[in-house]
Design a protein around this ligand. Structure first.
Ligand SMILES: CC(C)(COP(=O)(O)OP(=O)(O)OC[C@H]1O[C@@H](n2cnc3c(N)ncnc32)[C@H](O)[C@@H]1OP(=O)(O)O)[C@@H](O)C(=O)NCCC(=O)NCCS
Length: 135
């Protein structure tokens, strides 16, 4: 998989911190990865992959690359991510990228998705933890 940094989330029109990922071999669209820099040393990691690409390890590969970028290039102090508690694939991606679960929250949603009653989970990795994983 290769990243086209600068080739940002086109449907919304060029937000910073969003990458389009494509397969190296086929050039096929894989999905989007994002890192929103809150400006206080914290970055928010997110991703959304085309369904046909699920289960190929691309989410894990991309999330790791974005985490590395956030610490090595942006100098962030921590990176956080959240998802629905029932989204086991996304939770696994976070864990594989080195994030650990910090808390479970129960936000009120006007139009809750199935499984929302189990709440959301918040994950994070600190710069120190990342350095221990990447000596
Ligand atoms: C979440 C998402 C990015 C995962 O993509 P993916 O391509 O399946 O991820 P990977 O192939 O890297 O697999 C990640 C891990 O999740 C596991 N996994 C995949 N589907 C799973 C499921 N339904 N239940 C449990 N684990 C699952 C995989 O086995 C893998 O774990 P492993 O490395 O220990 O084998 C993808 O499903 C997606 O884009 N979903 C829609 C949007 C979304 O949910 N975004 C995240 C919101 S926070």
């Amino acid at each position: 998989m290769r990243f086209l940094s600068g080739d940002f989330l086109k449907p919304r029109g060029g937000e910073p911190g969003v990458w389009t990922a494509r397969e190296r071999a086929s050039d096929a669209f894989v999905g989007w990865f994002g890192l929103y820099d809150r400006g206080d040393g914290t970055g928010d990691l997110g991703y959304r992959l085309a369904r046909i690409m699920w289960g190929s390890g691309y989410a894990t590969e991309g999330a790791k690359r974005v985490v590395d970028f956030g610490f090595s290039k942006l100098g962030l102090a921590r990176i956080v991510a959240d998802t629905m508690a029932v989204n086991l694939a996304s939770r696994r991606v976070m864990e594989r990228a080195g994030l650990v679960q910090m808390r479970t929250t129960h936000p009120e949603y006007a139009d809750p998705q199935p499984g929302a009653e189990h709440g959301d989970v918040e994950y994070e990795i600190t710069r120190d933890a990342w350095l221990r994983l990447n000596p």
